[in-house]
Ligand binder design. Structure first.
Ligand SMILES: *Cc1c(COP(=O)(O)O)cnc(C)c1O
Length: 429
């Protein structure tokens, strides 16, 4: 039996088979591996631009700010690409702020999310002049007011409200339910808005929510939007006017056979609801992460050994949970295809890493034709891949490559063994 052919990867048209070898745009991946080794993250610049284009094309003349949820992939080359395309950014830390400022992002298009902002982070964001602090608690609001006062500034604020809707996604990436740590319960929001209004150094600019990730249905968004607009109705009665409505990120991508809605489908329905309720003038802010980068990247890994045990066949590869955590953390499914598909007998493999943990697997029960030394592509690894990489088992983090047509660029070097211990020291004798 022969390997199923894959003219292009499931959700990744910029990664396709050509002359028997998987390519990223115009670059053969075996050539990249020969030059840079594995494990290796490879991104497609064209795929980033196309994903962003799906948002910008959906704007339809309305006032919409697309703030890339940069925690999905914070490589400077990725950030620079989105900054060039005109994106804003959704940041969750002072470190992320430093990264976006380093690529020349416009601070007026930066929103600052996160449940645990520290005073120094608030201070640097105030100095930079961010668009909005998405505030998640009364305590945070009070601290922000004090920090703003000390800085002699006014802090623009949206409250992140928790609309208590079920995003019907994995529990670890569902954030809009009452039991989650995120946001302010929507029934408490009017009171916290009144508090915000009373604080001297706070300017109320918006209402924010983010209900989860890898959403493949529009209805949770619309349910949340209706609840947000009810809140806005009430705020108006309290004399509080807002300028923008931030509907968060969370749009899903195709890992296997999912059919997530397009940004246009989502936005068209959002615009309809806004118009129907007399809020067509409100600016819309979005915070997409995964849907801008997930299918713009893959992870390449080499088969180190094949092991045929009684119950299972294992392909032990040189990438592991420290390089791509999603399977271990969320039992996430990533497609796996050979870079050079070969003819032969298909066997069912678990693709596992070398780390001393049973949770260290990348894929399970996959029909593949494999030999030792083959290079595999782990699909849809552009989001929550490299950003979650670590050094467990004293493994160096992979290199990252950005392909641009026929060209490829190293956008992050592979770590070295020296770097692993660089900050450490032993006690004196
Ligand atoms: C993670 C996150 C995003 C991005 O989510 P995606 O599912 O990657 O689109 C947006 N906003 C906030 C507040 C987040 O925490």
């Amino acid at each position: 039996m022969t390997q199923t052919s894959h003219p292009a990867l499931a959700g990744q048209p910029h990664f396709h088979l050509q002359d028997g070898t998987l390519h990223a745009e115009g670059v053969a991946l075996d050539r990249l591996v020969a030059e840079h080794g594995t494990p290796l993250y490879v991104y497609s610049r064209a795929a980033l631009a196309e994903a962003y284009g799906r948002y910008s094309d959906a704007v339809n003349g309305r006032d919409v700010v697309v703030c890339y949820g940069m925690k999905a992939n914070s490589n400077l080359a990725v950030l620079k690409e989105f900054a060039r395309l005109g994106a804003g950014f959704d940041i969750v830390s002072g470190g992320e702020l430093q990264r976006v400022l380093a690529v020349g992002a416009d601070p007026a298009k930066i929103v600052f999310s996160g449940v645990g902002k520290q005073a120094w982070e608030m201070q640097t964001a105030l100095k930079a002049g961010v668009k909005s602090f998405n505030v998640e608690s009364e305590a945070e609001l009070r601290l922000l007011s004090l920090v703003a006062e000390a800085e002699g500034k006014r802090a623009p604020v949206s409250l992140r409200v928790n609309p208590d809707v079920d995003a019907q996604t994995h529990p670890y990436i569902s954030t809009g339910l009452k039991e989650n740590k995120f946001g302010i319960a929507i029934e408490d929001a009017p009171e916290v808005y009144r508090l915000a209004k009373s604080l001297a150094n706070i300017d109320i600019v918006g209402v924010d929510c983010h209900i989860g990730s890898q959403l493949i249905d529009i209805s949770p968004y619309l349910d949340a939007l209706d609840k947000l607009l009810d809140l806005v109705d009430g705020l108006k009665r309290d004399g509080i006017e807002i300028h923008h409505l931030d509907i968060g990120g969370g749009l899903g991508i195709r890992y296997t056979d999912e059919t997530p809605p397009s940004p246009k489908t989502l936005l068209d329905q959002v615009f309809d609801r806004l118009d129907a309720r007399g809020y067509g003038h409100l600016q819309i802010v979005m915070e997409p992460g995964r849907s801008l980068v997930g299918n713009a990247g893959i992870l390449l890994t080499t088969v180190q050994f094949l092991k045929h045990a009684e119950a299972r066949n294992f392909a032990i590869v040189d990438a592991a949970m420290n390089d791509l955590l999603r399977p271990a953390l969320y039992q996430a499914w990533h497609g796996v295809v050979p870079v050079k598909p070969r003819l032969g007998a298909v066997q069912i493999y678990d693709i596992v890493g070398p780390i001393c943990e049973s949770g260290d697997w990348l894929a399970k029960q996959r029909p593949l034709v494999l030999a030792q030394g083959d290079v595999l592509a782990v699909e849809s690894a552009g989001a929550y891949g490299m950003v979650m990489a670590g050094n467990y088992n004293s493994r160096v983090r992979p290199a990252e490559i950005m392909v641009d047509g026929e060209q490829s660029h190293v956008v992050r070097k592979r770590e070295t063994l020296e770097m692993l211990t660089a900050g450490e020291s032993v006690l004196p004798d």
